[in-house]
Design a binder for this molecule. Structure first.
Ligand code: FES
Length: 106
């Protein structure tokens, strides 16, 4: 099964249960990750910076395309509540959405 590694959270690695899980569900199974709109694709607080494994994520959703057009979702960024993971990925938390109670390694 795929693995998700969070580079700037001490390279914490989470093992997926299937190849159809949303990235945010995988993250929340073992850590905390911001998701202000409740996974509805209406904010960008669940953004993950993709360092490796772009091809192992599902196609961009309508919400992601909308935020890209608005300039609020950058290259190499995905909304973790919108994309499904089919293979290994390495991600990091954007500076803007780091949570104060977690200790990041970078
Ligand atoms: S939680 Fe708001 S877009 Fe993902």
């Amino acid at each position: 099964m795929p693995e998700v590694t969070i580079y700037n959270l001490h390279s914490k690695t989470i093992h997926c249960k299937s190849k159809t899980e949303k990235l945010l569900d995988i993250l929340l199974s073992e850590t905390d990750w911001m998701h202000a709109c409740g996974m509805k694709g209406r904010c960008t607080t669940c953004t993950a910076v993709i360092l490796e494994g772009h091809d192992n994520l599902s196609e961009l959703s309508e919400a992601e395309l909308r935020f890209i057009k608005l300039g609020r979702l950058g290259e190499n960024q995905r909304l973790s509540c919108q994309c499904k993971v089919s293979g290994d990925v390495v991600i990091k938390t954007p500076e803007l959405y780091k949570l104060p109670h977690l200790e990041y390694s970078e």
